[in-house]
Design a protein around this ligand. Structure first.
Ligand SMILES: [Zn+2]
Length: 105
C-alpha cells in the first residue's frame, strides 16, 4: 500500500531532478542539447501528478470499507471472553485459555 501511494512522488521528484539538471546544465554550457531530457522530466512530473489525481479519483469513487469499527462489528464481538489469569481474548466457546491453559467458563 505504502509503495503504490509513494510511486507518484517518485515520478514527480525524478522528473523535477531530470528537468532541473537538464535546464541547469544547458544554461551553464549555453547549449540546448538537453532540451529533450528537460522535456522527459516535465513528462515524468505530469505523469506523476496524473497518477496522484487518478489515485484521489479512485479513492473518492470507492465506498469506504471500515467494517471493523461499525456498531454491527462490536455486536458480533460479544462471542468473546477474556482469560481471568492472563487477559487473553478468547472465543466464548473455549473452555481453556490457549495462552496460559487456565480454565475459563
Ligand atoms: Zn490465559
Amino acid at each position: 500500500m505504502a509503495k503504490t501511494k509513494l510511486s507518484w512522488i517518485v515520478f514527480v521528484v525524478t522528473g523535477l531532478i531530470v528537468a532541473a539538471m537538464s535546464y541547469i546544465l544547458d544554461r551553464i554550457r549555453g547549449t540546448k542539447n538537453l532540451v529533450f531530457f528537460a522535456f522527459i522530466g516535465v513528462v515524468l512530473i505530469l505523469y506523476g501528478l496524473s497518477k496522484l489525481l487518478m489515485g484521489i479519483a479512485i479513492n473518492i469513487g470507492k465506498p469506504k470499507r471500515e467494517y471493523k469499527h461499525t456498531p454491527e462489528y462490536h455486536k458480533k464481538d460479544h462471542g468473546y471472553k477474556y482469560c481471568p489469569k492472563c487477559a487473553s481474548k478468547l472465543r466464548s466457546t473455549f473452555n481453556f485459555c490457549y495462552n496460559c491453559g487456565e480454565r475459563v467458563n
